[in-house]
Design a binder for this molecule. Structure first.
Ligand code: AKG
Ligand code: FE2
Length: 299
């Protein structure tokens, strides 16, 4: 395998491998992603069962119940379960992480046409390691991959990255709330940490292209203002020796490892006390919060 992505990731904080999957492979994942989405839509609200998670919201933008994210759908989908630990993925990861690799995240992100909550404010993913003391070398031996399941560009809210600044440590961007609510205007937040908005690179990806970024890479994405969805699969991997207590095995000494009998704790720390299944009835959208406050005020 060509290792250009290793150099680019270290240098710029991101890389894009064009044609990581061929047309047939990505078409299969796209079909499977529709099944995962349909499964999510069966739930009236956000649902959790172990690491499996469907985020379900009522999006006021298009007036529909939508599923912006699913996590660890590999538990219910054998095609994705194999894809997360495929030989192709190993060849991309091994030059960066070595032969022993655990997985911390397995996510699908949908941006529905017309949705209001289809943007991600600029951030660094290290903020999602709620117990960073359990990891070593978060800057170097953890990385995220983003696989385009359909064509994505500015119009449907493709990823945006800021090259270079991954060497500056954690900058605390967008910390005043969730990353999908609040300030959509990304320029002022970047300026506040000394980044000129013109440094932002808008990625354009064809189906099957794979982006990589570090946990310190500044990235986000704009809203979907097109008539097409945007479907991105995000996985997070870590060198196993740097994460002795968290994550699912993906590769051990280069061998692909299937999910076991019970889920391992990845990012959801509450899993041990409350493995689910359960619903999270409260929504994080501005509209749900406002109507909740009105209800409270009305007594
Ligand atoms: O789906 C996207 O466009 C970005 C998502 C993201 O960066 C995240 O969830 O950390
Ligand atoms: Fe992110």
């Amino acid at each position: 395998m060509n290792t250009q992505h290793v150099v680019e990731l270290r240098e710029n904080g991101y890389a894009v491998i064009r044609g990581f999957l061929d047309k047939d492979e990505v078409a299969e994942l796209r079909r499977e992603s529709e099944k995962v989405y349909a499964e999510g839509l069966k739930h009236h609200a956000t649902y959790r069962d172990g690491n499996l998670y469907f985020e379900v919201i009522n999006d006021p933008g298009n007036g529909r119940r939508t599923v912006p994210q699913a996590h660890w759908f590999s538990w219910i989908n054998p095609v994705f379960e194999a894809a997360r630990r495929s030989q192709k993925m190993f060849e991309v990861l091994a030059p960066l992480l070595g032969p022993d690799i655990k997985q911390m995240a397995n996510q699908l992100h949908w941006k529905a046409p017309g949705g209001k909550y289809t943007y991600y404010r600029m951030h660094q993913d290290v903020r999602f390691r709620t117990r960073p003391e359990l990891f070593a070398n978060l800057d170097r031996y953890s990385l995220n991959t983003g696989l385009a399941l359909n064509r994505q560009d500015a119009s449907n809210g493709a990823l945006k990255v800021v090259p270079g600044h991954h060497r500056r440590g954690y900058l605390g961007l967008s910390e005043d709330g969730g990353i999908m609510v609040g300030n959509v205007e990304q320029g002022s937040e970047l300026k506040a940490v000394g980044i000129d908005p013109s440094e932002v690179v808008q990625l354009e990806m064809e189906p099957g292209d794979l982006a990589l970024w570090t946990l310190f890479t500044i990235h986000g994405s704009g809203p979907n203002v097109s008539t097409e969805p945007r479907i991105l699969q995000i996985d997070s991997y870590v060198r196993a020796e740097d994460s002795p207590e968290r994550g699912e095995w993906a590769f051990r000494d280069g061998r692909s490892i299937p999910l076991g009998a019970e889920p391992e704790i990845c990012k959801y720390e509450q899993l041990r006390e409350n493995p689910g299944p359960f619903y999270v009835e409260e929504e994080w959208t501005d509209e749900a919060k406002t109507s909740g406050e009105k209800l409270k005020a009305a007594g």
